[in-house]
Design a protein around this ligand. Structure first.
Ligand code: ADP
Ligand code: ZN
Ligand code: ZN
Length: 703
């Protein structure tokens, strides 16, 4: 028994099962093994309590998920727990239900769902050791003064227009659970609808979960929320949660929300796992955004879990977007979601004019058409702001040798290393898949020629060119490189809002959700990249992205211009875009998906395998594919499930690991679920034999 466990912890009288009374426990642990684990204690321990147990040679924090009458294991082998962590009341029943659902739906061990969903200190044994008197991390949290409300811009509340008023009215009439799809064009004032609905729910004594897709969007909404809450609530009732917060801050905000002290929780996808005793409304802004999908560990969709939770708690869920996911749009068309539309911009400004510039017959100057350069020049003359959008960071996507054609490859991955710029003289190569960095060679490694040049362009090169071409303009680049330091993105956006920037150059980081007041020209440089991508969702993502970035223009002033450079102006996607016709795009997209049986008309899961050699992964996947046929008893659901051929990933090798995948598809979700569950144990065995690692992703977004 650990004697260093601190005083907030109730120590059992004895650690061995020698006492007369046993209370058996099923404990979920964060280990990559399906199932839960048997332990015992001399006292009853409620479901939802956290405990410290020995697992192998380690001590771990686990969560009690059941009190079985008899253990699954032989009783004499069942170990006693080390301690009950009674610094928190048990995790609430609805939280446990959601975790059970997520584990079953996404095919993960329960403990791998539950424990990572807690703030770090609550699941680390170390947090309960050391200081004997202070008690666990909860006891150690010192109280903090409520932050002062930030003074938001003067216009925080608006007289609602008819469409907004209708939407608020409809949302407020919901009894129990309904999912609302709020489809509003960019700048239509969705935020105002959220705020009104939110205030009504607060006034009814309930809590609100408000989710945004990106950390970078939290400051903007935090400001709007603080200003609004100041007039309806006393003290600090807002909590913010995202992965950028320090452990202590995250714990504090999680606790304030789960105790009901915070009445509004603003957060990114991870906030879906926060207990909220008085939950009354969930808002998911930009519901189509792929950032709601976690890409490792438990690969959950926070949007989908929000809908599940809303149904479970019988509270409304509002999904908002200018370009809803085709899944959500389909639900709305079928009447499963309640569709509410905002068709006009809220301020009396028209949508920006979107122009396609056909680049096939033009001489581009460093990627810029004369039309775009003219528009930028006029924008500068009017002293308004412009945005040049290019979804590629770095200086140039690849370095090449002019005489022999050598290309800079990452030594560890099957991709090119990207040329990055430090200053005019200094550059380096970096792999965007594994992070590997290397200096730029002095001469071509193959032929010795010294004429090495960057091919193509990224944001750094565009920034450099614009600085040369418009020497008087203040240019700011906003991408993952320029905002690497904590808080720097917010600083850059503040400078933009303060009017200290004339031209922004940025990746999708600048496209989302920001309400720029003086932005009147948007130029898009390499839109075609995604047009012919292999992934069937690529056009949907491209359309949403272009609508979003176009929607940053002309939000407060008339006559904004969006210029999209393309070699395929006749493509239907672009034609829908210039008409601002999401509905036309969605209908065509859904018709196509239906005709070839793709989601949302089919359900998918992706089995991905990783190993040192591609052949190992392909062997494993082939064997996995044959399992249903070879099984003595038919696997449940298998007759409704189709298994595709295994294929290598598009980027086969990352950091010396080679990868392949197998797509699983069914027209019936329950059949797919049953099949995956039956398939899993055999996969685990096969993976061990073949020495591969594997993951199963349900509802994958990228294939
Ligand atoms: P989006 O639908 O793109 O999220 P926002 O909520 O950011 O749009 O609103 C766009 C702009 O319109 C904001 O500056 C907001 O303050 C303003 N706005 C919202 N509702 C109204 C209204 N009823 N009257 C006037 N302006 C409004
Ligand atoms: Zn060469
Ligand atoms: Zn690499």
């Amino acid at each position: 028994m650990s004697t260093s466990v601190s005083l907030s912890v109730t120590l059992p009288a004895e650690s061995k099962n020698s006492g007369s009374e046993h209370h058996w426990l099923h404990v979920a642990l964060d280990v990559p093994l399906m199932g839960v684990f048997d332990y015992s204690h001399t006292q009853p321990v409620a479901v939802g309590m956290r405990v410290i147990v020995g697992f192998g040679r380690r001590k771990m924090v686990g969560i009690v998920v059941a009190n079985p009458a008899v253990p699954d294991y032989p009783a004499e082998q069942v170990k006693a727990i080390d301690a009950v962590l009674d610094d928190l009341p048990p995790l609430p029943a609805d939280w446990l239900r959601m975790a059970h659902f997520a584990a079953a739906y996404y095919q993960r061990p329960l403990g791998e769902v539950m424990l990572p969903a807690l703030p770090g200190p609550l699941r680390k044994v170390a947090a309960y050791q050391g200081k004997r008197s202070a008690g666990g991390p909860v006891m150690r949290l010192e109280r903090r003064k409520a932050p002062k409300a930030v003074l938001a811009s003067a216009d925080t509340s608006h007289e609602l227009n008819a469409e907004q008023a209708h939407a608020v009215e409809q949302i407020s009439q919901i009894q129990g659970h309904t999912t609302v799809l709020l489809h509003g064009v960019t700048g239509s004032g969705k935020t105002e609808v959220y705020m009104r609905a939110l205030v009504q729910v607060l006034e009814a004594g309930k809590q609100v979960l408000f989710m945004v897709p990106e950390i970078n969007l939290t400051p903007q909404f935090e400001q709007v929320l603080r200003a609004r809450l100041a007039s309806v609530a006393q003290g600090d009732v807002l909590a913010v949660l995202h992965s950028g917060l320090a452990d202590g801050e995250r714990l504090r905000n999680w606790l304030r929300t789960s105790r009901g002290e915070a009445r509004v929780l603003l957060g990114t996808r991870l906030s879906i796992f926060t207990p909220m005793p008085d939950l009354g409304l969930i808002i998911v802004d930009e519901e189509h955004d792929t950032s709601y999908k976690q890409q490792d560990g438990l690969r959950y969709s926070a949007r989908d879990l929000a809908i599940w939770r809303g149904h479970d708690r019988q509270v409304p869920v509002v999904l908002g977007s200018a370009t809803p996911s085709l899944e959500s749009w389909n639900h709305a068309q079928q009447g499963r979601y309640h569709l509410l539309s905002l068709t006009q911009r809220a301020r009396a400004v028209s949508l920006p004019r979107i122009r396609l510039v056909d680049t096939r017959y033009l001489r581009l100057e460093q990627g810029f058409s004369p039309q775009l350069l003219d528009a930028l020049k006029e924008c500068l003359a009017r002293q308004e702001q412009a945005l040049v959008f290019l979804n590629r960071r770095g200086y140039a996507p690849v370095l090449h040798c002019v005489s022999c054609g050598w290309l800079s490859r990452c030594p560890r991955c099957s991709v090119y290393a990207v040329l990055h710029r430090v200053n005019q003289k200094r550059h380096y190569l970096q792999c965007h898949h594994c992070g590997h960095q290397a200096p730029v060679p002095r001469a071509c490694p193959d032929c010795g020629d010294q004429d090495l040049q960057g091919m193509g362009r990224g944001t750094q090169r565009v920034e450099e060119y614009l600085a040369e071409h418009f020497p008087q303009a203040r240019i700011m680049r906003i991408d993952a490189d320029s905002t690497r330091l904590k808080g720097s993105a917010q600083q850059l956006f503040e400078q933009v809002h303060a009017g200290e920037v004339d031209i922004m150059v940025g990746t999708q980081m600048v496209a989302k959700g920001h309400d720029f007041t003086r932005l009147s020209v948007v130029g898009v440089l390499n839109a075609d990249n995604m047009l012919f991508a292999h992934d069937f969702r690529a056009p949907e993502r491209l359309f949403a992205q272009l609508m979003q970035v176009a929607g940053r223009a002309g939000r407060h002033t008339e006559g904004a211009d969006v210029i999209i450079q393309t070699a395929y102006p006749e493509q239907p996607l672009y034609q829908n875009l210039i008409r601002h016709d999401y509905i036309g795009f969605a209908q065509a997209g859904l018709a196509e998906r239906e005709s070839i049986g793709l989601p949302p008309y089919a359900y998918q899961a992706l089995l991905t395998a990783e190993a040192g050699q591609l052949s190992q992964t392909l062997q494993f996947l082939s064997a996995a594919r044959q399992l249903p046929e070879q099984s003595a008893t038919p696997l449940p659901g298998a007759e409704h499930v189709f298994l595709y051929d295994p294929v290598p990933l598009r980027v086969v090798r990352v950091a010396h690991v080679e990868r392949a995948q197998l797509l699983v598809e069914s027209a019936r979700r329950p059949a797919l679920q049953a099949f995956l569950q039956a398939w899993e144990p055999a996969l685990a065995l096969l993976a061990k034999q073949n020495k591969v690692r594997y993951t199963v992703e349900v509802d994958p977004l990228e294939i």
